[in-house]
Write a protein that binds this ligand. Structure first.
Ligand code: FE
Ligand code: ZN
Ligand code: FE
Ligand code: FE
Length: 187
């Protein structure tokens, strides 16, 4: 098919994101189950709910454009989900695994942010204000998810992973690494 207008390209990219979000509906529960800390599990479960809303919102975007809501397999998301699986299959200590899951999840969020930023701008250029507004809402949600993941990583997941200070690994506190570890961070 000849893509000879930004309108058409917008529609194609929306099919890609629609596929990407649907893939995440399947991947996020698996990632949440693998998370060791309740904070990370909650964040992933909440983002799953948000993602359900984003799928619905994309259907509203297609409707606003007068196009059928169709998905075209997003290969990039297939790859990102595949990498997340690889990390989750590793034999790792709980905090290290959480750090890896956060990294995989943030790659997903950044991919989504790039995609939504682009389609929001194209929609605006095409005079599709309603669609642009909807896409901006999702872009904001992806940004919030990314920020929350950074906060989890920086506040305790990475420090714990770095110090090897997981409950299971007894009292092998290394050197001067007196990182504060809230013992509440695991189920
Ligand atoms: Fe999303
Ligand atoms: Zn995609
Ligand atoms: Fe893609
Ligand atoms: Fe997301």
């Amino acid at each position: 098919m000849m893509i000879d207008s930004l309108n058409k390209l917008l529609e194609e990219e929306l099919k890609d994101i629609y596929s990407a979000e649907k893939q995440l509906l399947k991947a996020l529960p698996k990632m949440a189950r693998k998370a060791s800390s309740v904070e990370l599990r909650n964040a992933l479960e909440e983002h799953l709910e948000i993602t359900e809303g984003q799928v619905n919102r994309l259907e509203q975007v297609f409707e606003a454009l007068g196009k059928p809501a169709k998905a075209k397999t997003c290969k990039a998301m297939q790859g990102l989900v595949e990498e997340a699986k690889e990390i989750m299959e590793e034999d790792a200590t709980p905090s290290v695994l959480d750090a890896g899951i956060i990294a995989a999840a943030q790659k997903v969020e950044h991919y989504e942010m790039a995609s939504y930023g682009t389609v929001r701008t194209w929609a605006r250029l095409c005079g599709e204000e309603e669609a642009a507004g909807l896409l901006q809402q999702t872009l904001d949600e992806e940004g919030e998810a990314d920020k929350r993941l950074s906060e989890l990583a920086e506040s305790f997941v990475n420090p714990k992973a770095e110090s090897g200070n997981d409950e299971s690994s007894s009292s092998s506190s290394k050197s001067g690494g007196s990182k504060k570890s809230s013992g509440k961070s695991r189920r």
